[in-house]
Design a protein around this ligand. Structure first.
Ligand code: C2O
Ligand code: CU
Length: 466
């Protein structure tokens, strides 16, 4: 992999002084920017597999807080400025992307496109004000298959003080690891799988543990925030031993909470449940992955104490996030075809190429995490409405993610339930869907499959909002 020189970086960081001032100015409107949280990307050893400690796990640390190694849950508040200083203690460049947060382009964390690489030993300041509440997540946008696969995926909770109170809250970061015997990392992918549904990990975890169990008040209402941060796996979540309501999908509240039966959550997506715990102390609730022919338990909840006797029917809807509705009568239509490509050639890339091209958007395979030298899929005009007519012309599901703006699914040949606005649509095999958005955020916004092998072997593009 070839990287921009340190010298170029230093010039870039001088220019960045201006970007900081701009970011701080934006924040000042909503209140003074707080002191940044110190978020250190670093290498650790961690106990993930049962049969050995895994060396060279990558994680984020907040201050010197101890943990089992997992990146911390970052807590923010809707409409209030947030600041984090990334310090890179890895031995390769990195950045932080705030998945789902509609924040200024300069804070989006895509190297070469929205900011310079953050080289080992260097800091980078992120300052922004989250406009929406809900469950989000963060991860690098550089050499992502390795960096995310090695541990760099963490959850963000943006709180809304108007949200109903629950008896407990549990946050689950679902992901796998590709580890061999003894716990060491093995090759992050197999080309023949990258050309299909993606390469699966060998160890499945929630919060970096295999089938963890959490205590929760008996008879209580628990808000369960679940994020699928794996580079490959699509989960189909279901519950055993309790009833639950779905209250939000990809951070956005559903209009009316509905009972969870089973729901697909693809890489990058989130689901927020309110679980009504059983009344009897010691009773166990299981969160299962029902996908495939061998369902398994992701995590369990154990009822403790005397029943609080809550009623699921009391679960109130959350307040909607302020996402603009597209004006369909004047919207510009943009066809987007997702296809496999026959050109299996190695393509150079500045941020860790996998050395193959298997996928394309509108016939263009874009190999890297950065735009050069490909033109945008579409240049959008600030404030205008767009309908993206997406056709998945492959027999595989693709969780397609747009940075910086949220969209609404208008229709689909494969689904009847239309979720609230989202940043990631799990396109089913052969699905054709129309999604609508208002181009209300200036800059270059990446649009890619969140099965990272697909992203990095061609299923990536970007929109330019001017
Ligand atoms: Cu979750 Cu381009 O990212
Ligand atoms: Cu894909």
């Amino acid at each position: 992999m070839s990287l921009i020189s340190r010298r170029t970086f230093l010039q870039g960081s001088a220019a960045l002084g201006g970007a900081f001032a701009f970011g701080a100015g934006m924040a000042a409107r909503a209140g003074a920017a707080p002191d940044p949280q110190i978020l250190t990307a670093q290498l650790i050893e961690a106990q993930i597999a049962p049969d050995g400690v895994t060396p060279k796990v990558m994680t984020y640390r907040l201050g010197d807080a101890a943990s089992n190694g997992m990146p911390p849950v970052l807590r923010m508040r809707i409409g209030e400025p947030y600041a984090a200083r990334l310090i890179n203690r890895l031995d390769e460049p990195t950045t932080v992307h705030w998945h789902g947060l509609r924040i200024p382009n300069a804070m989006d964390g895509v190297p070469e496109m929205t900011q310079p690489y953050v080289y080992p030993g260097d800091p980078f300041d992120y300052v922004f004000t989250p406009p929406d509440a809900g469950t989000f997540w963060y991860h690098p946008h550089c050499n992502t298959l390795t960096q995310m696969g090695s541990g760099l995926t963490g959850i963000i909770v943006v709180e809304n003080p108007d949200d109903p109170a629950y008896d407990a809250e549990i946050v689950l970061n679902l992901r796998d690891w590709r580890l061999g015997k003894g716990g060491a990392f093995i090759d992050p992918f197999k080309p023949r799988d990258a050309a299909r549904g993606g390469t699966y990990g060998t160890v499945r975890t929630a919060n970096w543990q295999q089938e963890p169990s959490y205590d929760a008040p008996a008879g209580g209402l628990v808000r369960l925030r679940i994020a699928a941060t794996d580079v490959t796996r699509i989960y189909t979540v279901g519950l055993e031993g309790a009833d639950a309501m779905v209250v939000a999908l990809d951070a956005n509240p559903v209009d009316k909470p509905f009972p969870l039966d089973r729901y697909d959550v693809g890489p990058g997506q989130r689901i927020d449940l309110v679980v009504r715990m059983p009344d009897s102390e010691g009773a166990t609730v299981k969160l299962d992955n029902l996908r495939g022919s061998h369902p398994w338990t992701i995590a369990s909840l154990r009822a403790t104490g005397q029943s609080l006797k809550r009623d699921l029917r009391d679960v109130a809807p959350l307040s909607a996030n302020p996402i603009a509705e597209a004006d369909l009568s004047v919207a510009t239509r943009v066809p987007i075809d997702l296809t496999a490509t026959a050109e299996h050639k190695a393509t150079p890339s500045i941020c860790g190429s996998l050395g193959y091209t298997f996928w394309a958007i509108n016939k263009v395979p874009w190999p890297g995490d950065t735009p050069d030298p490909i033109a945008p899929i579409e240049e959008m005009k600030l404030g205008k409405s767009y309908v993206l007519q997406i056709s998945n012309r492959t027999p595989h599901a693709h969780p397609i993610h747009l940075h910086g703006m949220s969209f609404r699914i208008l229709n689909s040949n494969k689904r009847t339930f239309l979720p609230p606005p989202t940043d990631t649509i799990l396109l089913l095999p052969d699905e054709q869907a129309e999604i609508a958005l208002v181009a209300d955020n200036l800059g270059d916004w990446v649009f890619h499959c969140h099965i990272i092998e697909h992203q990095k072997t061609g299923m990536t593009g970007y929109f330019k909002v001017v």
